[in-house]
Design a protein around this ligand. Structure first.
Ligand SMILES: NC(=O)c1ccc[n+]([C@@H]2O[C@H](COP(=O)([O-])OP(=O)(O)OC[C@H]3O[C@@H](n4cnc5c(N)ncnc54)[C@H](OP(=O)(O)O)[C@@H]3O)[C@@H](O)[C@H]2O)c1
Length: 280
């Protein structure tokens, strides 16, 4: 909902209603953002019809939506972003807040395509947003005030948790929460395959691994304990868990995570540089 309940909820336009666009839209509606303060656009007419049918939302074109909005959320693919910025720049209202979800596109580039009046915010969300359990990290540009950041946090909190950090953290964040769900799915996949190898039927191994992940994540979050403490509690000296963890250490799994996340951060930096070069 609007951060300041004494003010009317800002008019919000969502440009690009694909997977992440629908996730934000449904989260906002569920959090109480009035449907008459929301508009959306998409390049495919059938997708527009589908969303109007599903949510009762007005779907329009990019210029009409962006021109009437106080908050514009850009949810197109990174390579689709600059043409959209060029299209909406002439119609943006003074003081509009532009929130970009496009992975790897620097704030400086977004600002350079808009007028001097728009406040720009960059967000790195993640896919658990689809079940309102996302993690979004928000960074403000040169014209973004604390009130703009608070507004962006409110928008993204409709899909899970949202915090603000300087943009210099965005590549590292990509390596933790942005790409993080893929590492977790990879680990669960490995546990299922190992379970099958140990003779457990695949469906049972899947249920055991998924519920173990869900339960462990819930325990971590609800207890507030450090993971080392929780791990120590299930590791009796000379026991079964200890044998498993020693084997993981022998295979340098911890070092592999550090190397993998460093590779992710580096790739994120490279992609941002490629985008900068393209529009220099
Ligand atoms: N999905 C994630 O978990 C995730 C995580 C982090 C960040 N992101 C970021 O979120 C953004 C969206 O990702 P997504 O997975 O939701 O992509 P997506 O499903 O492809 O959604 C983008 C939508 O925007 C539409 N579109 C393209 N050009 C447009 C234009 N000029 N005007 C209006 N609509 C237009 C696309 O239509 P067409 O299909 O016709 O092109 C598509 O329906 C990306 O920038 C991505 O980096 C996503």
């Amino acid at each position: 909902m609007s951060p300041d309940t004494t003010q009317p909820t800002p008019a919000l336009a969502l440009i690009g209603a694909g997977v992440m666009g629908e996730t934000i839209l449904s989260g906002l509606i569920a959090s109480g953002w009035p449907i008459d303060r929301l508009t959306a656009t998409d390049s495919r007419p059938d997708r527009c019809a589908e969303l109007t049918e599903r949510y009762g939302i007005t779907m329009t074109d990019n210029r009409t939506a962006a021109g009437a909005a106080e908050v514009v959320v850009l949810v197109v693919k990174p390579q689709q972003l600059v043409p959209v910025l060029d299209e909406i720049a002439p119609v943006l209202a003074d003081g509009a807040v532009v929130i970009s979800i496009a992975a790897g596109v620097p704030i400086e580039l977004i600002e350079s395509r808009l007028s001097d009046h728009a406040a720009v915010i960059r967000v790195m969300p993640n896919t658990p947003a689809q079940v309102q359990q996302g993690m979004s990290v928000i960074s403000g540009g040169a014209r973004a005030t604390e009130a703009h950041l608070e507004l962006a946090r409110t928008v993204m909190a409709a899909t899970g948790e949202a915090i603000s950090l300087p943009e210099s953290y965005q590549d590292a964040i990509t390596a933790i929460s942005g790409s993080g769900p893929a590492y977790i799915f990879y680990v669960v996949e490995a546990m299922i395959e190992a379970g099958v190898h140990l003779g457990v039927p695949r469906d049972v191994a899947t249920q055991l691994a998924v519920q173990t992940l869900y339960g462990s994540a819930s325990l971590l979050k609800q207890s507030g304990e450090h993971p080392s403490i929780l791990r120590e509690r299930v590791t009796s000296p000379g026991g079964t868990t200890s044998a498993a963890l020693r084997t993981l250490d022998d295979h340098r799994v911890r070092a592999a995570f550090i190397a993998a996340m460093d590779a992710c951060r580096q790739r994120s930096e490279e992609l941002a540089e490629t985008v900068r070069e393209q529009y220099r």
